[in-house]
Design a binder for this molecule. Sequence first.
Ligand code: SF4
Ligand code: SF4
Ligand code: SF4
Length: 264
Amino acid sequence: MNSEISLIQQIDALLPQTQCGLCGHRDGCLPYAKSIHEGEAANKCVPGGQPVADALAILLNRAPLKAEESVWPIQSDGRPQRVKAVIREDECIGCTKCISACPVDAIIGSGKLMHSVLTDLCTGCELCIPPCPVDCIDLVEDTQPMLNETLRIAEQDDLRRRYYAHIQREEKRQLNRKGPVVRAEIDTELFAQFSSQTDSVPAIEVVEKQNVATINIDAKTTIELAKIRTQIKKLEKQLSVREDAKKRELLDSLSVQLTQLQGA
Ligand code: SF4
Ligand code: SF4
Ligand code: SF4
């Protein structure tokens, strides 16, 4: 078992730690590393490009494969162009959705206030873009000098630590979550298992499954409540302009539903 974990760690050490999921593994680099160990092709890391596919082929003593293509042009080091996210701050409505989506905690801001990307930490993984309701996040080319091997490994180690810290915080936050879940739930157990084998990443404790089930119900209820409140507000506005029996009836029934859900 320990040698298996050690090989998965060696594979993971070659992966960029962008945690973007472009390899088809939603939860990031470690699940892909595990799957490569179990036999999956080792050429699917898009940000890693050909250099990562080749390094994995050497490590695993497999035939080299052509790396999965990126939508970005290839840099002189053989990897796809590095990019960074930038928030058009005057358009940001401060909804905080991008914060939970960012796997390496590179976005700062709080409710109803403008948010900003900490450019040095952003990996350009693009995960903050889909949840943004006003589409105010752009990707721009990273103009920083290319990293040498030592700096790249240091950056990957830092990103890995940040991701484990993010997972641990999100795991704990599930217990007190007030808003809906933005990013799909991370399968924490694999990360917890690996964090227990090394001091180089924050230890992850898994929240008890019973609590998670309750929390998922809470998240659903929160979304339902938000929808009903929005409908009620709309109807109240319309009825303040002109009375309408059907709308009044719908408003009454939504108000009853709201009270029932709040009491749930
Ligand atoms: S950086 Fe590569 S291995 Fe990691 S999640 Fe993205 S595509 Fe997968
Ligand atoms: S700010 Fe956006 S693009 Fe940058 S690392 Fe976070 S989620 Fe990825
Ligand atoms: S998701 Fe978009 S609107 Fe919401 S806080 Fe982030 S940048 Fe601002």
